[in-house]
Design a binder for this molecule. Sequence first.
Ligand SMILES: [Cu+2]
Length: 112
Amino acid sequence: MGHQPNRAKLAKALAIGALCVAAPAFAAEIAISQANQTFSSTALNLHTGDRISFRNDDSVTHNITVKTAEGEAVDLGLQKPGGAVSYQFASKGSYRVVCSIHPRMKMVVIVQ
Ligand SMILES: [Cu+2]
């Protein structure tokens, strides 16, 4: 007997959960490609909370390191061809993004 109402409640809860997931996020996710050992953009302006997804479109491994304004270096690890890693820029400031394997690969990210 108490069966159906519970199921209805569960369905409602699931629907609300789905809505939350589908709700438009204020933070953006920007896709950056690495090809020919170059970032597809060398300078970006982001808002706090935005995320960059870095895709490796090269045939060589990359290793992105994000250097924050405070001098902290965040190593995103080895990234094989075809792989993607992402990083969220959680606070304002000027960041430098480099590949620790290919020092010529550089980009600047300004978060405001
Ligand atoms: Cu590299």
